[in-house]
Design a protein around this ligand. Sequence first.
Ligand code: BDP
Length: 693
Amino acid sequence: ENGYNLWLKYEPIKDAKLVAAYQENISSLYVYQKSETLDIATKEFITAFKGLTGKSISTSVSIQKNAILFIKTDDLQKLNITHPSPENDEGYLIKSIQHQGKPLTLISSKTDKGLLYGAFHLIKQLQLKQSIFNLNIWEEPKIKHRILNHWDNLDRSVERGYAGFSIWDWHKLPQYTDQRYIDYARANASIGINGTVLNNVNANSLILTDDWLKKVKALADVFRPYGIKVYLTARFSAPIEIGKLPTADPLDEKVQLWWQQKAKEIYASIPDFGGFLVKANSEGQPGPQNYGRTHADGANMLAKALEPYDGIVMWRAFVYDNEVPEDRAKQAFNEFKPLDGSFHKNVIIQVKNGAIDFQPREPFHPLFGALTKTPVMAEFQLTQEYLGFATHLAYLAPLFKECLDADTYAKGENSSVAKVIDGSLYKNQITAIAGVANIGNDVNWCGHPFAQANWYAYGRLAWNHQLSSSAIADEWLNTTFTGLQKTSSTLLKDMMLESRETVVNYMTPLGLHHIMGWDHHYGPGPWIKDKPRADWTSVYYHQADNNGIGFNRTSSGSKATLQYFSPVAQKFDDLKSCPEEYLLWFHHLPWDYKLKSGDSLWDGIVKKYYKGADEVKEMQKTWAAVEHDIDKQTYQQVKQLLTIQSEEALWWRDACVLYFQSFSGKPIPIGLPKPKHNLKYYQDLEFKFVPGI
Ligand code: BDP
């Protein structure tokens, strides 16, 4: 078992009674109107059914007893079936019905894509050994554009990618379409992902040239029948670099025309092209501010070029400026809030879950809820840039949920981030969500077998943010490790649900953040200082000195707390109500500050680091306990990765504790073992060729 088949493993179900029931009650497929997408749906179902139950079924020309009927909502009447179906284009109904005396399973949707989603749902029902009787499943996605962002470069390196090289084999495209593209599309369709940005936000304008657009078209053609649209990142200076214009000023007419022409060209070959994702005036990327223009000027120019074709612009709010002597956590809000209302209607602002940068834990970004006239989408990072790369096991659904479920209070209580991005709070027409992909050309796609769960969880939450982390883990575990007994499944689920908190404990407990190794972000580096920008150092973020530690973002400090709506602002601002998991994110506190546990802050920090490292040892034990239920190859892989994780957790623990001790001057609490090496040892470690840069 090499992990290639992800959660789409169709291995024989062992429960003979159940298999007999499935075999007996599914006879054939009946497709009312054929299409490429429905061919895919039926082929997938037939393959799955054969694999899971051993029975070969096929499509038939008439409706047989116990058939599965694939039919679009508009055609229902023609068969005299009257069942309400979802209004949403991608929604679907799966219902057990009686039709002319025959029991049938009806899958209906307004679109072929919805029927494909329905097929995958029914397959999952079988994979999870659930009932296929008396079905009445009504599904509709809450968010319209559910997108993966690939930070893939044209040379096939992947920025912050830890699972090998890019799966886009640009060199062989457009003539050669790798089977991987099809399997990628299948996997995404199975969890409802319907868009992919193919290239890095740190963009290369070459992608917009004719030769490269042919390659993009080839991918778009593969993905289309799976309901997946292709998007590209647009480098703002492209009109200069590939258009030979002297400027990229968004108010220059020639520049506007250039983009309009470019859009026309793209849509001529990719009629359903999704649009552009743009990182502008951020970390050295060009943008409208180079010409004294605003983000709105830049975004609107592109939006107008895409508008005739229904394309959208996802304009990132991940901006911060070294020249601005302001807390980096506040800068995106400061730049975008005043622009609310000035964006064209097909622009959506893409906001990272937190205000700094995909840390193991961040409070939700204050821009969620703050823009009332501009749609906002959330960007999560599936690739584990700050959570141990593809070597640490960290199930991220709890991280995503923490953000999605957070109440912004933008319109009073019950104004969750999820409601902002699903459009229900401000009635936005465009709704979207993005996940920075953790996919590469490793045989198992994601490097770590458990990292697949983050791709899966992202897709599931993008479809329905109300699902629980636990329910998603259950689904993923039991479709991925097909031989799991109930006890093993529970053990592994508990391990997954704890795993992200474990990483927080051994990396950045109590609200610490951004204290990783310089540049490559590998391992601990709380001592990082004296870099070209203060906000690229660790000391900027932890502010440790002999008196205490933490970034004062309260009203007596940077005032970042005040960017939140009341009463969230007060909650974070007031030490008494600030949740301890965000303590040092918002407060600078003396080493002897008393935590809720009664421990001093120093003791509390140290204990968390030790706890995190101990928890990885527990994960190792859990994994050993389920060995009998896991195939040999995967078992060994995860076992070895957990060994690395355990060593690295100790490394994080010891390096951080020793470093912070050099300020606190306090002993490691009695009973805890001493670090293996001295601080200098950790500070002197050097790493060359770390992946993902
Ligand atoms: C940071 C990454 C950097 C990305 C940047 C971004 O370190 O590689 O380019 O975010 O999101 O997390 O633009």
